[in-house]
Every structure is written in structure tokens, then in C-alpha cells.
Design a protein around this ligand. Structure first.
Ligand code: SF4
Length: 331
């Protein structure tokens, strides 16, 4: 959730006079340590989470922030691993500092109340908590607005403290041969360790990359309906399905890559639905299932083949169009 809500959390705790300390960038040591503590059959983001907690507690912090995300939109639930995160951390690791919990459950309480509970755990007065909450929401909205303009997560983080007038209305675009949307959970898309730096690799292949956060925020406000009787009840997957429905209608999208974690139940369900829908409209689509054992060479070969196929298809269509025009035009 760092890749989604970090600007909110940072602003909130700093406004409450705390210094925010982050774990190191993901590396092999974090991965190995996390895997040792997590159960074998759990997804890679959870294994990494344990590794990051171990990395953080060596930094002599006073508190450890472990949010409990239950529901972020009405009528949906987060995956059970998010629901039990503070309990799992407490039950698995020793010598932990005091844990600050933030329980987000929109079915039962507004976000302000969650912020209030967290602020009270830290003995801060209500007026200060309210100020911190309002500031953090304002910053988050601005952050999402920057990403909607086409900037990456890292670029948006760097731009957030700038004067709004200095931020370009659109991110710089390369002269790409194809536009591909990379969709999935933020921790799979923006974490280069998990996805083997896929975003950079695609840019090197002359591809314009679009992520879920670059799409208009309004498309995530409606509930998705799979069939007349079937709705989706998973929070993160709701976002992914909304993004896919939007992308399926865009003429300038040449293909979609869906990144899933091995062992992820919710993602494996929606992959089936997305595959069928993409096939119906003949849109190139690939689902990459990743875990800590995924071989870099295998993943890159698949992606290169996918991109080559898209570019070839585009060129063929262009040639066919030119031929048609030639046939229609009399000498
Ligand atoms: S949604 Fe999937 S990838 Fe994310 S924590 Fe749950 S099982 Fe893991």
C-alpha cells in the first residue's frame, strides 16, 4: 500500500510531529529474510513485507506503522492478508517496537474516524489530528492528479513538493512505437524488484507505458458488474476491473500486460474474466504471474515477443490501410 498511500501517511505523521523512516529499497537480503519468516505458500508481496519489517526494526525506530486495510470502497473487501496484517506481524516476529495500527474500514467508519483513532494512539489532540488529516488528503489528491497527467509513481513523489505551477500539464512522451497498459496491484507494478524493472525495460523497447494511476480517477467511482448477477467483492480487483473496462474502449491502447503474484486468489479469478473480454475485442493481452523464483530471462523473452507481435500487427494494419486508400484513388 506504500505505492498507493505513502503521500497520505507521510503528511499525516509529519503533521503530528513524527519523523517518518522508510525501510531500504527492496533487495535480495530483504527477500531472503522475508521468505524465511513467511509461510511458503504466501504471495511474494507478503514475503517482502516481512523482509521490510525486519529491515525497519534494525533502524531503531520508536513505532512501527502497520495499517489494517479492510475496505476502501463501499461493498468491497480487501484480500484477507491485508485484514490480518498487524496480527500476522505480531504473531510472527519478535522484539517489535510499539505498533501503530490504522484501521481503514469504509463499510463501518469514515476515513476521518480512522485517522482520529490513530492520532489518539499517539496521544495527539483532536484539533491537531484533524489538521493532519485534512492536509494529508489534500496532498494525496494532488499526488493522484500528478499521476493522472502521466507521471510515474517515483516522478510524482519527486514533484509533490513543487509549486503546482511548475509541474507540466503532461508528462513528457517519447516517440513510441506502441502504447501498452501495465495493470495490477501497485506493489507489483511500481516495485522494480518484483517485476524485474519491467517499466524501464518497456521504455527501452520504445513502448509508451500507462499504469492504472495514469487513468482518469472518475472511472474508479462506479462499481463493476461482471454479469447481471455477479459482482466483484475484492477491493483491489475492483480497481483493476474498472481500469480494464476503460482500457478496452480506448483506441490508442495496443496491448495490456496484467501482472499478478503467484498464489494470489483474487487476481487468478479476475485474470480469467479479463482474458475472455480481451479476446472478444481482439486486444493483445498477457498475464505475467511472478514470484521470487521467476527467471529474468524467461520473463523478458515473453515480453519481447509480446511487444514484437504488437508492433508487427500495427505495421501490417497500417500497410493494409495504405493499400485500401491506393485502390480507392484513381490514377
Ligand atoms: S491481493 Fe493477492 S498479491 Fe495482494 S496480498 Fe492478497 S494474495 Fe497477495
Amino acid at each position: 500500500m506504500y505505492y498507493k498511500y505513502y503521500p497520505i501517511w507521510k503528511a499525516f505523521f509529519e503533521e503530528l510531529d513524527f519523523e517518518v523512516v522508510l525501510s531500504d529499497k527492496t533487495n535480495n537480503k530483504i527477500m531472503d529474510e522475508g521468505s524465511r519468516y513467511a509461510i511458503d505458500e504466501i504471495c511474494i508481496p507478503l514475503k517482502l513485507y516481512y523482509g521490510h519489517v525486519l529491515n525497519l526494526i534494525r533502524k531503531e525506530i520508536d513505532y512501527l506503522f502497520v495499517p489494517r486495510y479492510i475496505s476502501t470502497t463501499f461493498g468491497t473487501y480487501m484480500c484477507p492478508k491485508f485484514l490480518g496484517l498487524p496480527d500476522m506481524v505480531r504473531g510472527t516476529l519478535d522484539n517489535l517496537p510499539t505498533i501503530i495500527e490504522l484501521e481503514i474500514d469504509l463499510r463501518k467508519k469514515p476515513n476521518f474516524y480512522s485517522a482520529y483513532e490513530t492520532g489518539r494512539q499517539l496521544n495527539r489532540p483532536v484539533s491537531k489530528i484533524m489538521k493532519a488529516f485534512n492536509k494529508s488528503i489534500k496532498i494525496y489528491k494532488f499526488f493522484r492528479e500528478i499521476m493522472e497527467r502521466g507521471f510515474t509513481f517515483q516522478q510524482a513523489l519527486a514533484l509533490i513538493n513543487k509549486n503546482p505551477s511548475e509541474i507540466p500539464q503532461k508528462a513528457e512522451e517519447n516517440n513510441a512505437e506502441a502504447t501498452i497498459a501495465i495493470i495490477g496491484h501497485g506493489y507489483n507494478i511500481h516495485e522494480p524488484f518484483i517485476n524485474m524493472d519491467l517499466l524501464k525495460k518497456l521504455k527501452k523497447m520504445n513502448v509508451k507505458v500507462i499504469t492504472l494511476e495514469n487513468l482518469p480517477i472518475d472511472i474508479f467511482k462506479k462499481r463493476t458488474i461482471i454479469t447481471n448477477t455477479l459482482k466483484n467483492y475484492w477491493g483491489n480487483e475492483e480497481e483493476i476491473l474498472s481500469a480494464m473496462n476503460y482500457l478496452f474502449e480506448q483506441k490508442d491502447i495496443d496491448g495490456i500486460i496484467f501482472i499478478c503474484s503467484f498464489c494470489c486468489g483474487p487476481d487468478s479469478l479476475i485474470d480469467e474474466i479479463i482474458t475472455r473480454d480481451a479476446k472478444k475485442i481482439n486486444l493483445p493481452y498477457i498475464c505475467l504471474v511472478l514470484d521470487e523464483h521467476s527467471g529474468q530471462a524467461g520473463v523478458i523473452t515473453r515480453i519481447e515477443a509480446f511487444v514484437d507481435m504488437i508492433i508487427r500487427k500495427k505495421k501490417t494494419l497500417k500497410l493494409e490501410k495504405i493499400e485500401k486508400i491506393k485502390l480507392k484513388t484513381p490514377d
